[in-house]
Design a protein. Structure first.
Length: 71
């Protein structure tokens, strides 16, 4: 599974979490494994397990709020 750091994560999260991009085209089993129903789908993992899911694009401020309430 190819994962790469998201380009804006250092400025957005200030080191509180890692934001990775996983392309469904290069990882065709990932959508099935994580019940992805739309793109983009954001999955927050805690201790290696999915803890929260957000489907659809969010503005930067709402994305920060969603992440901060989950970690």
């Amino acid at each position: 599974m190819k994962k790469k750091p998201h380009a804006k994560s250092p400025n957005l999260l200030h080191g509180s979490a890692n934001l990775l991009t996983l392309g469904c085209t290069h990882n065709p089993m990932s959508p099935t494994n994580y019940a992805v129903r739309g793109i983009p789908t954001l999955i927050l993992f805690k201790d290696g397990k999915p803890a929260s899911t957000q489907v659809g694009a969010l503005p930067k401020s709402r994305l920060k709020d969603w992440i901060s309430t989950q970690i």
